[in-house]
Ligand binder design. Structure first.
Ligand code: SF4
Ligand code: SF4
Length: 360
């Protein structure tokens, strides 16, 4: 990651980075002109039109990572209009510590800095998490969410401290692995740390990998759900380590679906794979109508493909889309709650997606 100007060769691409962006209407000439303008250090309308979904990194056929160029310029220009000291509740790095102790020797799960946007402490209950210790707080939040606030450098400047703080937590609880509930922290501890040559002394585990492995170890606990579902892949999933030609998390998710008798309708969708739509969280307050249009288009696409539930991997995506899902009569469900249904567990007062639950 990081914009690589040597790979941005206009004669070898069709400006796919911006012609494929689903939130603007650029032709090839306009796309290349915009990128050229940013490379030259000038501003361009794309800086304020961009909703910070990171998809253009996937769209560029040459691997130049144009989103990293756009987000860097957004920060330099302050064009998103978000002040440096934006609301403390949006500053994931100042969150106080939270610890829900588990059993000694049990798994250690990091909720990063967004443990309250969905009631994660309630979503991480039941058989799969019976022995787990849950930790959260600013010192172990990767800060990737700051990219939506025009502070793209934050996860990078905080990276050494982030890894050092997590290493201390691993030592404190006597574990060699840390499980992450949010793709952002997982991807910063894997993809970004590797790129930045930061040594990670513990093994980062994605929540999907953890769930898949638990189900494989406990097949007798599963009653197949026989459900058709659509999947919301978050922006940070685009930073996931890849296996072959695809992001590794999609393999774990496919394994989970097989194990619990769930069929994905993603192959029937328009907005899927690299073309999946953003939840709209970055523009939810400042450009609300635009965010709602994106959500409607996205959810309608899932309904047309035959989905009976909409499965979310990212806690932030479900918090921002669940009300619209409910209005459009497509049940939103966080991945742990989907699986807990197959384990015959009572989902508690958070229900399948925390509706009516007092989210702070
Ligand atoms: S970022 Fe990629 S797609 Fe966009 S102009 Fe450069 S090479 Fe072409
Ligand atoms: S990050 Fe998303 S919204 Fe912004 S230009 Fe790239 S594809 Fe478009």
């Amino acid at each position: 990651m990081g914009f690589d100007q040597s790979k941005c060769i206009f004669s070898e691409c069709k400006g796919e980075c911006l012609t494929r962006c689903p939130y603007i209407s650029y032709d090839e000439g306009k796309a290349k002109e915009a990128i050229q303008t940013l490379i030259a250090g000038e501003t361009a309308p794309i800086l304020s039109e961009c909703i910070t979904c990171a998809a253009c990194n996937d769209f560029c056929p040459l691997g130049a990572n144009p989103w990293d160029l756009i987000s860097w310029r957004q920060e330099q220009t302050g064009i998103l209009g978000i002040p440096e000291d934006a609301k403390p509740s949006s500053d994931w790095l100042t969150k106080p510590d939270l610890v829900i102790p588990g059993k000694e020797g049990g798994p250690l799960i990091s909720m990063g800095g967004i443990f309250e946007v969905v009631p994660q402490t309630e979503f991480l209950t039941g058989k799969m998490f019976a022995d787990a210790t849950l930790i959260g707080g600013g010192k172990i939040a990767c800060g990737f969410t700051e990219t939506h606030l025009g502070r793209a450098s934050r996860p990078l400047t905080f990276l050494p401290e982030f890894i050092a703080n997590l290493t201390k937590e691993a030592e404190k609880y006597g574990v060699t692995e840390i499980i992450f509930t949010h793709d952002a922290c997982y991807n910063v501890a894997t993809t970004i740390a590797m790129r930045e040559h930061i040594d990670v002394p513990f093994r980062p585990i994605h929540i999907l990998e953890y769930i898949r492995n638990w189900l494989r170890d406990n097949p007798e606990q599963i009653t197949p759900l026989n459900l058709k579902v659509a999947v919301q892949g978050g922006c940070t999933t685009r930073y996931a380590p890849t296996g072959g030609d695809h992001e590794i998390w999609s393999d774990w998710l496919a394994d989970i679906f097989d194990l619990i008798g769930v069929e994905s309708v993603e192959e029937k969708r328009t907005y899927t794979g690299d073309d999946r739509l953003c939840c709209g969280s970055a523009i939810f307050h400042k450009q609300h109508e635009r965010a709602m249009d994106i959500q409607h288009k996205n959810i309608q696409d899932a309904i047309l493909a035959g989905a009976e539930q909409y499965v979310f991997i990212c806690p932030a995506c479900i918090s921002i889309m669940r009300a619209t899902c409910r209005k459009m009569k497509l049940d939103p469900v966080y991945i742990t709650q989907l699986v807990r249904q197959a384990l015959g567990e009572d989902l508690g007062k958070a229900g399948s997606a925390g509706f009516g639950y007092p989210v702070k």
